[in-house]
Design a protein around this ligand. Sequence first.
Ligand code: SF4
Ligand code: SF4
Length: 461
Amino acid sequence: MKLKFQWLGLSRAIHPAGNKHTANQSIVPLTGFKEVSIPLDMQVGPGCKPTVAKGDHVNIGDKIGEPLGPWSVPVHASVSGKVTKIEKQILSDGGKAEYVTIESDGKNTVSEALAPPVVTDKESFLKAVRDAGLVGLGGAAFPTHIKLNPPPDKNVDTLIVNAAECEPYITTDHRIALDYADDVIYGALVTAHWCGIDTVIIGTEDNKKDAARSLEEAVKRAKEGECNAFWPKNGVTAKVLPTSYPTGAEKVLIALLTDRVVPEGGLPADVGVIVQNITTLCVLAQNLKTGMPLVKKAITLDGGAVKKPGNYEVPIGAPIRDVIECAGGTVSEPAKIIMGGPMMGVAVDDITRPILKNNNAILIFDEKEAKLPKESACISCGRCLRACPMRLQPMKLDKAARAINPNELEELHVMNCIECGSCTYVCPAKRYLVQNIRNGKAYVRAEAQAAKENAKKGDSN
Ligand code: SF4
Ligand code: SF4
């Protein structure tokens, strides 16, 4: 029993400062962008090929990228104006992708072709989800239509609505729960209905009791209103969990809400669960009502160097530099810019990088906040071990990654690391654990890829 309790993450949680400074600020649309550069690869899996050419005029919602395979989702114009460039550029993760640059005409004209999709069964529902360009908006960027369509033998019976938002600073999901609760619940109910799921569980944390109340009230309205037609067999339950990190990580959330443990290397569907982020469900609901695909993203803008921290809705592809300017600029020289939260986000090397579909925050730290403590030698205290929600051995993974030893990394189950950063957070020696472990995962992937290519060569010889 004790082991199970520990696996559920309850004894392995950490409690970083929440810094949810913007929780009381509704999402405000930002306008005035002169240009957007939209990457055609913003998801897990292959991206898109352009469907527009230099000189074309596009309106908001027009398709500009056609999927390259069954896993891909289309990409749409986020402003109206003229396509001025289509070229390969670097992505924030170091990869390369084709970008479509659109010079805004300032009119924000919406495509006349947009109309609510006709959904009559699971197939047409999944097509609508895909056509909307939806990927996991909590940060994972996993294509939503794939996630909602696991093999039938997985027997998925539970949909979890992830409203935990455990990353410090980020409050967009919180605002979505407060300001768009009806859309979230509608999105959850239709998803469960068309995917044949009988149970819906909403997971929030107790530092967002108002969000939990708002969602519960929306559930009541849905039951008494038209949405009753989509009511799942076992109903909708809202659960408020103790605030801790990383409660919002899929595997941890599933364990906390259902007592089910996703096996190593497995997916939530392996234990009969699909997890959807609250904002993904909100955008899905709005698409079903209006036909508008995913073209804008709500982000939290915060950090000591930001003049007006807040929650802003920005066109996908807007350069970070312009987002900062449109939101009022900075009060001091930015020393570090992070896409995402401080625990799992990535540092941005270039301020002109665009807002992506899965971005949920831009943090602009001043020099004091950005200062990284100096690493010292591991003192074998075991704190990282006790903090790891996946029961890994971070100090050993760190050592194997520094030694570029893919075999040992695999033996230590490096691919089970969810990159939550808890180990780094608790380490008194300030070791760069998660950074090295992330590299370690890349070494294992590279080794597997090389083995695959060698096997292919062997076959053709
Ligand atoms: S980053 Fe990986 S190794 Fe470190 S605590 Fe999180 S899951 Fe464990
Ligand atoms: S927490 Fe840091 S010092 Fe302690 S065992 Fe882990 S890596 Fe070593």
